[in-house]
Design a protein around this ligand. Structure first.
Ligand code: AMP
Ligand code: TRP
Length: 328
């Protein structure tokens, strides 16, 4: 049987963190053998908010390097930079012309981001989900593995594809979001009411994948907990619940065993153990990252080959789309 296709994307807007890893990248690496995979550093999405050019250039390569370091293999997955494949922008324009503005006004991520930005909000930020739909639809994607925050965008993509297919015939495959049962929303350490995020102003909230052991110990030590004592999974106690969830995801132990293990231990010990588990889990990833970025030209070569493979597939799809709309 022909393998199904997986596509996912990640922005280069800041440093990758444990939420990106547990909610997305680690799952991409684990599922790659059963699918045809496309993983994309979405630099065109990243510039929907203002970026410093030199920083962006470095971050794009850092993110790509971390994908490989996290176990995504060039033999099994096509890894590439979005702006290297022009069809993404081109298809986004065609989809713009069939997407009602009302659909975009309903996107919660746009509402949140535009509230923060006020008068600086760009047309690109508003249009962000249409470009995301283009990313997904170009590759006849069946499954989109993402964290919880992206569910609405993938559903919108499905709606756009359905509308297109209704007007122009069955051109697009309808994709499904794939969200992990645990880890789809890793919370901040300092503020466990909010998800862990890339924005640099909340550094104490996020464990970055390239943080040193000391940085990790400090951040986990300062993590917000509560004034109770017992250590149990409880959504009403977001701080402890988040630390335990991180521990669960990285040790693969079941919840009951974890609660038993910590039943006679203090918050201080819980934090020390969580920090050590994080440090040990990130160690091999960090080593691989330094290895593969240490070798001049190695990463660039892989990305070039990725862009070639993705480009060939995307061009073919564009031909079909243009023809169905009457452009060819
Ligand atoms: P982004 O950093 O927004 O480009 O997100 C890249 C991927 O990581 C997407 O699939 C997100 O849904 C996922 N992600 C981002 N933040 C978190 C988080 N705090 N917990 C779980 N998944 C996340
Ligand atoms: N919007 C996604 C995020 O911030 C990134 C993204 C862009 C994406 N294109 C995609 C995710 C296509 C999945 C599929 O996380």
């Amino acid at each position: 049987m022909e393998k199904k296709t997986v596509f996912s994307g990640i922005q280069a807007s800041g440093s990758l963190h444990l939420g990106n890893y547990l909610g997305a990248i680690r799952n991409w690496a684990a599922m790659q053998y059963d699918y045809n995979n496309y993983f994309c550093v979405v630099d065109l999405h990243t510039i929907t908010v203002l970026q410093d050019p030199a920083t962006l250039r470095a971050k794009i390569r850092e993110v790509a390097g971390l994908l490989f370091a996290a176990g995504i293999e060039a033999e099994n997955s096509v890894v590439f930079i979005q702006s290297d494949v022009k069809a993404h922008s081109e298809l986004a324009w065609l989809l713009n012309c069939i997407t009602p503005m009302g659909w975009l006004h309903r996107m919660t991520q746009f509402k949140e981001k535009s509230e923060k930005q006020k008068e600086e909000v760009s047309v690109g930020l508003f249009d962000y989900p249409v470009l995301q739909a283009a990313d997904i639809l170009l590759y006849d994607t069946h499954m989109v593995p993402v964290g919880e925050d992206q569910k609405q965008h993938v559903e919108l993509c499905r709606d756009i594809a359905q509308r297109f297919n209704y007007r122009y015939g069955g051109v697009f495959v309808l994709p499904e979001p794939h969200i992990p049962p645990v880890g789809g929303r890793v919370m901040g350490l300092a503020n466990p009411e909010k998800k862990m995020s890339k924005s640099e102003e909340k550094e104490e909230d996020s464990i970055y994948l390239l943080d040193t052991p000391d940085q990790i110990r400090k951040k986990v030590k300062k993590a917000t907990t509560d004034s109770l004592r017992d250590i149990s999974f409880d959504e009403n106690r977001p701080g402890i619940n988040n630390l335990l969830t991180i521990y669960q995801l990285l040790t693969d132990k079941n919840r009951q065993k974890i609660e038993e293990y910590f039943s006679d231990k203090t918050y201080k010990i819980l934090k020390e153990e969580v920090a050590e588990v994080v440090i040990e889990s990130l160690r091999p990833l960090q080593e691989r990252y330094h290895e593969l970025t240490g070798e001049a030209g190695y990463l660039d070569g892989m990305l070039e080959r990725g862009a070639e493979k993705a480009g060939a597939r995307a061009e073919k799809k564009m031909g079909q789309v243009s023809e169905s709309m009457g452009l060819k």
